[in-house]
Design a protein around this ligand. Structure first.
Ligand code: F58
Length: 827
């Protein structure tokens, strides 16, 4: 219940904290005393970080309250972004930048003998995502705020995020990510909100008081969702949106009866079981594992989120306004249980009829697909689904029955098509196909690059595209320029501000004006100097924190992303082995010293990916031990790739490796971040590479390899061993690798990798090898022409405007969500 004391007009509460150094300093000290109960003699670096974060948070909250009030009073459509992952990255630096407080913070800390950089470094990032998909959700939330679009990002507050990666003896070791252990100053728990979510049990047809038949679901178990909110602002006087992440709690703290009977274990069991739901992020980016818990997580967060939307709506409107008030975006199929859950709430709790409920549902949902890989398309075993979500399964059956009727009417007698389209896969172990569910209920279905959206229409969702061509569209991904240029590359940012004006980030399309300056030799010199200084900084950091040596004068060649066969880190490594072989043979392949840097996590149970990590280390060690080679060639692995380390890496790359098998990488976003920071790309025609190449010009992009179409054509008859007959040098490299040349004492170590390449090579590594080597030769020749390289680098940055997440969000806003900016007046 809300209280409205007349004497307490909101205006009086609208206290805007000052943005000058003196007010910030006063607040900073106050937080140290009154929030943390510390004084300087005993305060730690974390205390100072927390004090600053709390002081900054107050300044965000002010905007948030203003925005919330404006949204509450208006009749705007709000975006509800549903995503099982948000890879937010550290907040302090970005918030300071957006609030325009960085200089003030730096100077006031200076006067206290503290360093802002140290406090920024202290922040532990929330790693609540696996990779590209989670980071995209975070970029989108940043852009939604920047563009003044009302939005709530809903997800799960995992107690443990993506594992921390350590390397021991060249092997990946996973460590629990205890990101909350030192406190999280950005979140606010809302104690008064708790959403019950049911699991298991049974359903029954009952008659209500007005004589209508309804389904009554009696769950066997209830878990409570409790919200934790994180405010998010954009640059300048932007609105504030927020991320609402659900933590799990038990409805009763413990079983009191059991406790009184002395059974303490049983007393606490139910509580533990409930809390498990939000315990840990699903750490696997390709195979289905921990299935049941994962299904529970998905139901848990979408149910909480929909209940929350209804609660917000009913404060001012009626349930029938739901679709006018909210546009719900499904970030892949992970939140697609929201479809039957919304239907259930409308039918069973609000008493609407099927047609009206379905009308509301289909006006709300948009679905973004992020993968075509068959093993990553979500399906749930039917028996498990039935046990856990009996009412939802009934609803899915009814959706399916009506849908298949439509299909039959359009394509009479086509039973093969019915089998293909059905939401239930009837072959083998029956299962629920989540991509089909999402497609049937969504008004708009999009892929994340032109190529990917085209393939989606032609392959995985071809039947749906034939039925409803108007639903299909493309929204190419984009990245946050604020974070991945403004914040992480201050030198380049300063140079661009000088050339393009202070506000160039507000309109990324304006970056293209940089192209007019490409002939300016003075600017080119400064451009190179920025890259060189960034490389020096990276070298110093690697030396200091990991004891790794990096030569800032070498060509810095980076592949930073999850380790996966389709991303082909092993193709990159084969090229390294090729270069090494040439050096040993005394062939001066090139006079360009090169550092090949890898970073990325392998899924804990993905054997070949983990073997690739070992191979990177084995090759690095072998080359580093060889005095003939180590000045010309080095391999470096930077452990624990995350947003924080990514921000350090992108600005200093010369060359960006985007070498996935064509047709497999839906879009990629690292490709955009590297190019934005002036790296040139070596890449296949895959995902957004295709559009990046068009934007920067083919002459400024090193393209190689088979196209998606060629791969498709060759798939049935591809024989990897036949590649060796054509390329004996490649055969020699594989032979060496397979026979232990890089694993002394363990000659068989890399044999499984070699066998997989020779027997099946599902990702066409061998087929693309020679083209890749030749393309790398072009890279080396080009790198020797310093002024050409600088010009191409500038052209890359200049052409990146299109790949800003602001552009992507504008497209979603106008073509998918039909939402418009709302101006919040900020003093
Ligand atoms: C990625 N998907 C795509 N999935 O691979 C990448 O091409 C694209 O740029 C990006 O999405 C954004 O659209 C991705 O990161 C996951 O991490 C899933 C997490 C949940 C388990 C299955 C993989």
């Amino acid at each position: 219940m809300t209280l409205r004391p007349r004497a307490l007009e909101l205006e009086e509460l609208d206290l805007a904290p000052g943005l000058d150094a003196a007010s910030l300093r006063a607040d900073f000290l106050r937080k140290l005393y009154f929030e943390l109960a510390k004084f300087p003699a005993v305060a730690t670096r974390n205390d100072y970080y927390l004090s600053l974060a709390y002081a900054v948070r107050d300044r965000l909250l002010h905007r948030w309250v203003r925005s919330a009030r404006t949204y509450f009073e208006g009749r705007h459509r709000t975006v509800a972004y549903l995503s099982a992952e948000y890879l937010l990255g550290p907040q302090l630096g970005l918030n300071l930048m957006h609030l325009g407080l960085e200089t003030q913070a730096r100077s006031m800390l200076d006067t206290l003998g503290l360093s802002l950089d140290d406090l920024i470094e202290q922040e532990e990032e929330p790693g609540l995502g696996n990779g590209g998909l989670g980071r995209l959700a975070a970029c989108f939330m940043e852009s939604l705020a920047a563009l003044h679009l009302p939005a709530i990002g809903y997800g799960i507050r995992y107690e443990y995020g993506i594992f921390d990666q350590e390397i021991r003896d060249g092997r990946q070791i996973e460590r629990t990510d205890r990101w909350l252990r030192l406190g999280n100053p950005w979140e606010i728990r809302r104690y008064e909100i708790a959403c019950p979510v049911g699991f298991g049990g049974s359903t029954q047809r009952v008659q209500d008081s007005s004589g209508n038949w309804r389904m009554l679901w009696t769950p066997e178990r209830i878990v409570l969702g409790v919200p934790y909110d994180t405010p998010l602002v954009g640059p300048g006087k932007s609105n504030a949106n927020f991320l609402r992440l659900w933590g799990a709690a038990a409805p009763e703290e413990f079983d009191l009866e059991a406790f009184q009977a002395g059974d303490y274990r049983r007393a606490a069991d139910a509580k533990l079981q409930s809390e498990n739901i939000a315990k840990i992020l699903y750490p696997n980016d390709h195979t289905p594992a921990g299935k049941r818990l994962r299904l529970e997580q998905q139901m848990f967060f979408v149910s909480c989120s929909l209940q929350d939307l209804m609660r917000l709506l009913l404060q001012r409107g009626t349930i029938r306004d739901f679709a006018d008030k909210f546009a719900i975006q499904l970030n892949d199929t992970h939140p697609s249980l929201a479809i039957p859950e919304l239907m259930r709430l409308l039918l069973d709790q609000h008493g609407l009829g099927w047609d009206e409920s379905w009308g509301i549902t289909t006006r709300c949902f948009g679905y973004t697909n992020h993968t075509l890989l068959p093993e990553a398309l979500e399906v749930w075993p039917l028996p498990m689904f039935a046990r856990l979500l009996p009412r939802h399964l009934e609803i899915i059956y009814e959706i399916n029955r009506r849908f298949l009727e439509q299909v039959s009417a359009r394509f009479p007698g086509d039973s093969a098509r019915l089998r293909r389209c059905s939401l239930i896969d009837e072959q083998g172990e029956k299962s629920v196909r989540m991509a089909h569910l999402a497609s049937v209920a969504s008004h708009t279905i999009n892929g994340v690059s032109e190529l990917h959206s085209g393939l989606l229409r032609e392959t995985v969702l071809a039947d749906f595209a034939e039925l409803w061509p108007e639903r299909f569209t493309n929204v190419t991904n984009g990245v946050s320029f604020g974070r991945f240029l403004g914040l992480s590359n201050p030198r380049l940012h300063a140079l661009l501000r000088e050339v393009l004006g202070d506000r160039y980030l507000a309109d990324p399309a304006g970056l293209e004006r940089l192209a007019e300056h490409v002939g300016d030799a003075g600017l080119a010199e400064r451009w190179r100097a920025v890259k060189r200084s960034n490389k020096q900084d990276l070298a110093a950091w690697l030396q200091r924190t990991l004891g790794i040596r990096l030569d800032p004068d070498s060509l810095l060649d980076m592949q930073c992303k999850r380790i996966h066969e389709y991303k082909r880190q092993h193709l990159n490594l084969l090229h390294v082995l090729y270069l090494y072989q040439r050096i040993r043979a005394g062939i001066p392949a090139s006079s360009v010293p090169r550092t090949v840097l890898f970073a990325g996590k392998a899924a804990p149970d993905y054997f070949l990916a983990k073997l690739i990590v070992r191979l990177v280390h084995a090759v690095a060690t072998t080359i580093a031990a060889d005095p003939r080679a180590r000045e010309l060639l080095r391999v470096v692995f930077v452990p624990d790739f995350n947003v924080k380390s990514a921000q350090r890496l992108y600005p200093s790359a010369d060359l960006s490796e985007q070498i996935s098998t064509a047709g497999r990488e839906a879009s990629g976003t690292g490709n955009m971040k590297f190019a934005l920071n002036g790296a040139l790309t070596i890449g296949t025609l895959d995902g957004a590479n295709v559009e990046i190449r068009e934007a920067v010009g083919a002459e400024n992009f090193f393209r190689f390899g088979l196209t998606a179409q060629e791969i498709e054509q060759r798939a049935a008859s591809y024989e990897p061993r036949a590649e060796l007959a054509r390329d004996p040098e490649l055969g020699q490299l594989l032979h060496e690798l397979g026979s232990g040349a890089f694993s002394p004492g363990e000659p068989e170590l890399f044999a499984p990798l070699v066998r997989s390449l020779l027997d099946r090579d599902p990702f066409f590594v061998l087929a693309d090898f020679r083209a890749y080597v030749q393309c790398q030769e072009r890279v080396e020749r080009a790198y020797q022409d310093r002024s050409w390289w600088a010009a191409a680098s500038m052209r890359n940055t200049a052409a990146m405007g299109h790949f800003s997440s602001d552009r992507a969000i504008r497209e979603y806003a106008s073509r998918v969500w039909h939402v418009t900016p709302v101006d919040v007046s900020l003093p």
